[in-house]
Structures are given as structure tokens and as C-alpha cells.
Design a protein around this ligand. Structure first.
Ligand SMILES: C[S@@+](CC[C@H](N)C(=O)[O-])C[C@H]1O[C@@H](n2cnc3c(N)ncnc32)[C@H](O)[C@@H]1O
Length: 223
């Protein structure tokens, strides 16, 4: 899956099946409702949502592939939107793991609270990731999973968010993010990937996830 040899100490986590909540009936009407909610969020705030479709389950699974979430002490998600990654993270974390999601859009926060009543979702910017780790009484997070639209986030904000992510992660902690195939060579995206290589000792790129609209790549960065 990854462009370089994966760290053998980290094994893929078997997904847990039963997670309560109304949004877990993934029939056509439920997927359609999620898409409608996502499009409404885009229309409210195109400059922070940055996509017209929620990520697919295939991309969500690629985002956590190779991460041992079942044994994580703390997992943080940035920009959960309607919860495409959130759902797979909730299925994968262990009973002892804390999991917090930071979302800027207030209505998306309410939607997530309804969809996943067990989720700790905070109406906050991703810049506050380290503050949230401290709020939860931890020194560090083990995993930070990002759904943020980097290609449309200004460079200075990218830097502030990523400096906070790097501070929040434990040594050996993992940050995962994704890029759409068509936008990964945009100047802001290229600046962002350069920034990642300055903050992480290892950055690996996944195989292309075709089962996503649009197709995407996952970046897995080890602190
Ligand atoms: C492209 S959507 C991705 C949603 C979901 N992760 C997915 O992949 O389907 C980006 C989300 O990031 C949120 N967002 C954008 N900037 C943010 C920031 N600085 N802090 C927290 N959330 C942010 C938006 O409100 C939106 O819900």
C-alpha cells in the first residue's frame, strides 16, 4: 500500500463492527443524506470545505491503514465534516482510546453530535490541536488524522496548524492526510508537501485510491 517499506511494528487494525448511532445504517438514503449535508456545508462555506463529496469508505480505510488505533491512547481528527473518516476511526479505536474531533463549521459539529452521540467533537480550529491534547490531560496524541482541504488553506495557516500538529504528536506518532490526484501539483499543495518533509522524519505516499471522487492519495507522516 505504501510507497516505502511499512514499519513492521505497526499492523493494520481489524475493524470493530458495531458502533451505535443513527448514521450507521449505510443504506442509500443514509449516504444520500450525508452527501446532501456535505453539499449544504460547501454552499455555506466553500473556502473552508473545499470539496463537493464526502470521502469514500475506501479512502477512510486507507487513512487508517497501518495505524494501530486499537492500542492508541489518544487519536485526534481534524476537519471531520460529515464524518466519513470519523466513522472508520470510531470502528477502529480501542475501548481505552480517547478520540476527539475538531471542526470549524458549527452546523457540521451539530450534525456529528447527532450522528455519533459517543463522539467528543469540539467546535474549534485545527490550530488548537495541542490545546485539546492538554485539555484531555495528555502530553501527546498518538495519531492525528486530517480531512482538511490543504490546497485551499493559506500558507501561514497551514504552517500554524502543522506546527501545532507536530507539537501535539508523540515521538513516533503518525499524521495522515490526503490529496486529490488532480490538485496535488497546485503551488499551495506543493508548498504543503515540502512543509511536511521539514516536520516529519518520514513521509510515505499510498497507492492511488481510485474508489473516491475524485481519486486521492494518502500521506502518512511519522514524527
Ligand atoms: C473537505 S471537508 C472533509 C470532510 C471529511 N473529512 C471528508 O473527508 O469527507 C473539510 C472539512 O474541514 C473543515 N475545516 C476547514 N478548515 C478547518 C480548520 N482550520 N479547523 C477545523 N476544521 C476545518 C471544514 O469545515 C470541512 O468540514
Amino acid at each position: 500500500m505504501w510507497a516505502q517499506t511499512a514499519n513492521s511494528s505497526e499492523r493494520p487494525t481489524p475493524a470493530r463492527k458495531a458502533v451505535a448511532g443513527p448514521g450507521f445504517r449505510r443504506g442509500f438514503p443514509s449516504a444520500l443524506r450525508e452527501h446532501a449535508e456535505f453539499v449544504r456545508a460547501f454552499l455555506r462555506s466553500p473556502g473552508t470545505v473545499g470539496a463537493l463529496c464526502p470521502s469514500s469508505r475506501a479512502l477512510a480505510r486507507a487513512m487508517v491503514a497501518g495505524s494501530n488505533l486499537a492500542h492508541a491512547d489518544l487519536v485526534v481528527e481534524l476537519g471531520p465534516g460529515t464524518g466519513a473518516f470519523t466513522r472508520v476511526i470510531l470502528e477502529s479505536v480501542g475501548p481505552q482510546s480517547a478520540f476527539v474531533a475538531l471542526e470549524l463549521d458549527e452546523r457540521a459539529v451539530r450534525h456529528l453530535q447527532q450522528r455519533f452521540p459517543q463522539l467528543d467533537v469540539v467546535h474549534a480550529s485545527a490550530e488548537q490541536v495541542h490545546e485539546q491534547v492538554v485539555r484531555l490531560g495528555r502530553k501527546h496524541a498518538n495519531y492525528v488524522v486530517s480531512g482538511l482541504p490543504w490546497a485551499i488553506i493559506p500558507t501561514e495557516l497551514q504552517k500554524r496548524i502543522m506546527t501545532n500538529v507536530a507539537t501535539a504528536l508523540a515521538p513516533g506518532g503518525v499524521f495522515t492526510t490526503f490529496a486529490y490526484l488532480h490538485s496535488r501539483l497546485a503551488p499551495s499543495a506543493v508548498r504543503y508537501w515540502r512543509l511536511l518533509s521539514t516536520l516529519f522524519r518520514e513521509v510515505r505516499v499510498s497507492a492511488l485510491v481510485w474508489q473516491n471522487v475524485p481519486p486521492a492519495l494518502v500521506y502518512r507522516c511519522v514524527r
